[in-house]
Design a protein around this ligand. Structure first.
Ligand SMILES: [Fe+2]
Length: 403
């Protein structure tokens, strides 16, 4: 058994959210000792990261020591187990949940020699109700689909119907525009979040970007982000990385650290975009990040960085940029690039028109104050998207020609 070199936040038992207090249960104690200690064989997950044409990493958390495994195509594959000592208890008194300090066991199965362009279902041996799915990278030129969502706060907004509808279309994977979980809402622990976000985590691979709410609590970044989502892609790290499917390259950025073109992140982005654009079978690229470069809503935008990076994006055929942070939905069409604000994962709705006087707003083609997520489809020569609201109703559709 390998021992993780960092302490990790303890996550409360997640199964069926047993700690949520009934509405008529009277005053809620903030004493986490009242909350049952987790003894679940599978307490978080499973989810999948770092998928390419032939490999994938499946991860989950257990409150029990000992080995684990998954079964895939009738074959049992053992996990590597990392013991995580969690030092911090984060109470969520309004939900009577807590991510408690203690000892946890992270499992990872690094699958290799998989069939390309194939979707796989797997089951964990520690709990046969714990199942998941992922798809290996499509071949260049093939059709693929993926989901985009941001600012996921399912403890505040009920996004169940939206998730069920969008993930019912079986996208290959999800890109997340940051602000993954909100302790600040007072309504969420990671244990609660993991249960509510199961459709996202179990339908396909999960690719996060880092937002400002990933560092709400002391040690949250070190003990949570790295433990669950560490190194989720390729050719980078946990802040910025890339992956590819079907000849489309995806680039995750972290807007909470330096993004200047001379920064390590900026030079990495330019180098990796230029490299991807030279690869055989290259079609176009997608960039996803938290704080928007452009928005008409109630948050700042970043004209300077947009000016810096637009020539690079144009040169390397970036066709789609997905941001979060401004709690609503927006779609801009600037020349050859579609810019989407996708920050509707249940967080408190914002004012999408607060900065409507910004000159870029004449090119805003769609907006919405509803909770939202978008499912994109890439076909030969075409990128299209359908944006769903919290009722699962389609609210915006778009299509653009792509290589
Ligand atoms: Fe944010």
């Amino acid at each position: 058994m390998r021992r993780i070199g960092f302490a990790a936040l303890l996550l409360a038992c997640s199964s069926n959210d047993p700690q949520v207090a009934p509405a008529d249960s009277g005053p809620v104690s903030t004493d986490s000792d009242d909350i049952p200690k987790c003894d679940l064989a599978v307490s978080k997950g499973p989810w999948t990261v770092a998928v390419d044409g032939t490999s994938a990493k499946v991860r989950w958390e257990s409150c029990q020591s000992g080995g684990g495994a998954l079964t895939l195509n009738g074959k049992r594959i053992d996990s590597k187990v990392s013991q995580a000592i969690v030092t911090t208890t984060n109470d969520v008194p309004l939900r009577r949940t807590a991510d408690r300090a203690g000892t946890y066991f992270m499992h990872e199965v690094a699958l290799t020699a998989l069939e390309p362009a194939t979707c796989f279902d797997y089951t964990l041996t520690q709990d046969e109700t714990a199942k998941g799915r992922f798809c290996t990278a499509r071949k260049p030129g093939d059709t693929l689909s993926f989901a985009a969502i941001g600012d996921t706060n399912p403890g505040l907004g009920d996004i169940t119907k939206m998730l069920d509808t969008a993930y019912g279309t079986k996208p290959d994977f999800t890109i997340h525009a940051g602000d993954i979980q909100y302790y600040s809402s007072g309504l969420e622990s990671y244990g609660f979040w993991m249960d509510k976000m199961r459709p996202m985590l179990r339908t396909g691979a999960f690719y996060p970007s880092i937002g400002n709410h990933e560092t709400e609590k002391p040690m949250e970044r070190e003990e949570y982000i790295e433990r669950f989502w560490g190194k989720p892609g390729f050719d980078g790290n946990s802040d910025f990385y890339r992956f590819e499917s079907g000849g489309v390259w995806f680039f995750a950025l972290n807007t909470e650290i330096d993004m200047d073109e001379k920064s390590s992140q900026g030079t990495w982005l330019a180098t990796q975009l230029e490299d991807a654009a030279k690869r055989p079978g290259y079609r176009f690229s997608v960039v996803f990040l938290h704080r928007p470069f452009v928005t008409c809503g109630d948050s700042g935008q970043n004209d300077a960085l947009r000016k810096v990076y637009e020539p690079l994006f144009t040169r390397t055929k970036v066709k789609l940029i997905v941001a979060g942070h401004m709690h609503g939905y927006e779609r801009f069409e600037f020349g050859d690039i579609t810019w989407i604000t996708s920050a509707g994962g249940g967080s408190k709705p914002g004012n999408v028109d607060e900065n409507i006087a910004r000159p870029e707003c004449v090119d805003r083609k769609a907006k919405g104050t509803y909770w939202n997520m978008t499912v994109f489809t890439v076909k030969p020569g075409e990128l299209s998207g359908v944006t769903y609201d919290e009722k699962g109703a389609p609210r915006d559709t778009f299509m653009r020609a792509v290589p």
